[in-house]
Ligand binder design. Sequence first.
Ligand code: PLP
Length: 396
Amino acid sequence: MLTPNLSYANLKESYLFHHIAGKTEAYLCAHPDAHLFRMGIGDVSLPLAPAVIQALHRAVDDQGEKDSFHGYMPECGAPFLREAIAAFYLKRNVQLAADEVFVSSGASDELGDLLDLFDRKNRALIMEPAYPAYVDANIMAGREILHLPSGPDNHFLPLPEDSLQADLIYICSPNNPTGAAYNRDQLSRWVQWANERGAVILFDAAYEAFIEEDLPHSIFEIPGARTCAIEICSLSKTAGFTGTRLGYTVIPKDLERSGLSLNAMWVRNRTTKTNGISYILQRGGAAVFTEEGQRQIHENIRIYKENARVLMTTLDEAGIRYWGGRNAPYIWMECPDGQSSWAFFDRLLNEIQVIGTPGEGFGSCGEGFFRFSTFGDPGDTREAAARLLQLLKQSH
Ligand code: PLP
């Protein structure tokens, strides 16, 4: 009889957003006319940039003409897009060959699929609070996980220690959910640590476009990273592609383990397990990296950043400690009066109709904290902030 992957039995019920949706639905059943201020899920609210839409339309037309029609695309990505992404990195003084860039259908897909490159016996180090998919993908793969908690003491930016034993290290900077971002010095310490041990860093740069301070956008800005890191990027939050789906992954040719090139292994993987990403989407993605596309996506990012500013001002006024907001589209606040994160969630929903995300859902060290997404509607965010300020003032 077939044996399924028994590791799935070790997964905890994926309850965070499900539970939030259940509570929200129950509230709406009881208050059908209520308007909810949704600042929970990290999904964008602004449409794709005009330059992207034009490129998508043109690409659709290309597919209708014999001379410009494209069949199967190269599995690792269209050269025009791989080259555009390499040129984008060069502007930050990161030199990449186009064939070190792999086009993907999003960061989540890649974060799961990339685990194919590593033996199950490797141990994964996950800094928490963390994007829940890191943990679940490794449980599904039957891999041992070392949970590295963080908190206010280290500003939610844990640093390596000699005693840590791990082979695969997840770094998400700027971080979901805390919004914390590593500086060059701190990332250099992780790079050195990984190189010394032959470990590999999976660097999730999904939020790099939100950095406004002088902080690294890419792990490859750090000397030594080419021999120990893979970078996973996404156009989801950068350019509003959450429902359109496009991302990219960088695997340097210098990255080798046991005499095998991880870049060559990934080429082998993609050419076996995929038939490439849609031509139309890749044309839309390439438009993001044009001058016009960059200007337009940063106009949207500026609107999300204004939402962040409104919320940060509110929390400053209320005297609440928080992290993030400056270099990330998330604000991670301490719940007032030592409240649990779910109790605070219930309070916000019932008293001011604001929805956020309880920190406990990102790992046990997230208990006592709460995440706001800044991707919502600006009018809603302003009203939610005003209500939040009133509620927080009552708390004190
Ligand atoms: N990585 C992090 C840290 C995220 O927060 C998200 C989405 O919220 C993703 C990856 C997934 O991005 P994508 O939409 O490209 O799958």
